[in-house]
Design a binder for this molecule. Structure first.
Ligand code: ARG
Length: 367
């Protein structure tokens, strides 16, 4: 019987060596890398892969954040809490620890940036995947239509009300059905949206969750692929106020808000969309503040990002950044990031958090 060809160890080896050397360079206390390199090489030669030490994992995850060209919030990359859950590969355990992730990250409202790293892919043995885009998502968000449909196919009965929270979707292997796990209420902090001046805003019944925890990206460190590695920071207000609630293919609320504020929607030139955007963004920032939940405004976060660039410059490192993602989707030119350019993003940079295609199992080597 023909055995499936394993991926050539050389690609893993090259990536591993480069990572082990980077680790030793940036954390000189760890000592010279020669011994560790020998160990890693031997492991790759005999098994096709190797295991990171907990310190390598933590460093790799933090640098993956540092390398994320679309993220404006990277000033705090060093403080990322790394939960080493590599021993877990069963969907039940993964779901349980995703719930715990939300509790640790929520921290009573003082949001902590956290990543939970589950089992990596091994040659010929892909690890479990989280199918949802984030740990917390709403079933009636048009962006989640596919996941909502999948959850229902699997037997989920929820999603009948507005802002119903989707269950976690975990799949152990490409040839196994996905499992769904309802999130316990007390693991998901949500903020009802009110406006500081307009009492009627509360009657719109809007809300959003506190912790944006991305769960459909792959963490890649030194040639090792961690397909289940949900991570979160805190929200910047515009993500919710401009995009999630404002985009026409999301909650599309600008016309509703314009009506509430009695704006003239008859003419584009009344700038009713612009004014409605400001009101929603104001409501989001105000509500999170009132609820005691960490959230940044786009002016503060832009200034922090420039401080990050300056700090990295002093370490001799460029900060690759995607201008079109860094500039906030409200009052772009009123923030300093609008008026400058950045080092171009580099797709080859590792460690990295990589976007996954439509098929979560593509390229895992098991098909
Ligand atoms: N933009 C996404 C959302 O609105 C979240 C992406 C991550 N954002 C963050 N602040 N860490 O849900």
């Amino acid at each position: 019987m023909a055995r499936r060809r394993q991926p050539a160890p050389s690609a893993v080896l090259v990536a591993a060596e480069s990572f082990i050397r980077q680790f030793a360079r940036e954390l000189p206390v760890s000592g010279a890398p020669e011994r560790r390199l020998r160990e890693v090489r031997a492991s790759i030669e005999s098994t096709g892969t190797y295991e990171h030490t907990p310190e390598e994992l933590a460093f790799g995850a933090r640098v993956a954040w540092r390398n994320a060209a679309r993220c404006i919030g990277r000033l705090y990359w060093r403080s990322l809490v790394v939960r080493d859950l590599r021993r877990l590969r069963h969907p039940d355990d993964i779901a349980e620890q995703c719930v715990e992730h939300l509790r640790v990250a929520t921290n009573g409202g003082r949001i902590r940036p956290v990543i939970s790293v589950f089992a990596p892919d091994r040659p010929g043995r892909p690890a479990a995947r989280l199918l949802g885009e984030q740990l917390v998502r709403y079933a009636d968000d048009p962006r989640s239509a596919k996941r909502t449909a999948l959850a229902r196919e699997l037997g989920w009965k929820g999603g009948k009300e507005e802002f119903d929270i989707l269950p976690l979707l975990v799949q152990a292997a490409p040839d196994r059905p996905a499992e769904f796990y309802e999130l316990p209420d007390d693991a998901v902090l949500e903020v009802p949206l009110t406006h500081p001046q307009h009492a009627g805003f509360a009657c719109l019944g809007l809300r959003w969750y506190a912790v944006p925890a991305v769960s459909d990206m792959t963490l890649e460190i030194g040639g090792v692929v961690y397909p289940a590695a949900p991570f979160n920071g805190w929200y910047m207000g515009t993500e919710i106020g401009s995009r999630n609630l404002g985009d026409t293919d999301r909650y599309d609320l600008l016309p509703t808000v314009a009506r509430l504020f009695e704006l003239d929607t008859g003419s584009d030139r009344s700038l009713w969309r612009d004014r409605a955007l400001v009101e929603v963004n104001l409501a989001v920032l105000h509500s999170f503040q009132e609820a005691g939940v960490t959230m940044a405004d786009h002016h503060t976060e832009s200034a922090r990002f420039l401080a990050h660039i300056e700090r990295e410059r002093r370490c001799g490192r460029p900060v690759p950044a995607d201008w079109s993602w860094i500039v906030p989707p409200l009052s772009g030119s009123a923030t300093p990031v609008f008026h400058r350019s950045f080092a171009p993003p580099d797709d080859a940079l590792r460690p990295a958090l990589l976007r996954r295609g439509e098929d979560p199992w593509a390229g895992c080597g098991a098909n």
